[in-house]
Design a protein around this ligand. Structure first.
Ligand code: SF4
Ligand code: SF4
Length: 130
């Protein structure tokens, strides 16, 4: 049987004195737990182009593309070909599992705590890191 509205008044007053059960985000900064997996960033200076990240990505959200190469001379005089890669992240497909970052042998991918990624223009969710 439904309670009469006045019988709920003491409970309503009691609740008014309590702290809110919900967080105040976005009016207050959200507190994230350690190890939170947000937007993935790419460090081109570390990438060796093994494409392990592409293979493990369950959402096919990451692409590694070779964009150039240069000949470098080492201290011992040897010359090597150094390839340069860029990373295309499709944030509209990414599920932020950070599997790519976990699998990268060179730690070229890092999961940041950035989660405020909403966009009206979907094209802005495709980010190219060079
Ligand atoms: S796994 Fe790391 S090193 Fe390999 S292609 Fe991806 S970002 Fe580059
Ligand atoms: S975080 Fe997960 S879904 Fe996103 S690019 Fe990396 S492996 Fe793919």
């Amino acid at each position: 049987m439904a309670k009469k509205p006045l019988r709920l008044l003491p409970e309503a007053l009691r609740q008014l004195r309590k702290k809110p059960a919900t967080v105040k985000y976005p009016y207050e900064k959200a507190s994230l737990y350690p190890g939170f997996r947000g937007r993935i960033v790419f460090d081109a200076t570390k990438c060796i182009g093994c494409k392990m990240c592409m293979r493990v990505c369950p959402a096919k959200a990451i692409e590694i593309i070779q964009i150039g190469e240069e000949i470098k001379t080492l201290e011992d005089g040897k010359q090597i070909i150094s390839k340069k890669f860029e990373c295309i992240m499709n944030l509209d497909r990414c599920i932020y599992c950070a599997q790519c970052a976990e699998s990268c042998p060179k730690k070229a991918l890092i999961a940041t705590q950035d989660f405020e990624l909403a966009q009206i223009n979907r094209k802005k969710l495709k980010i190219t890191y060079k």
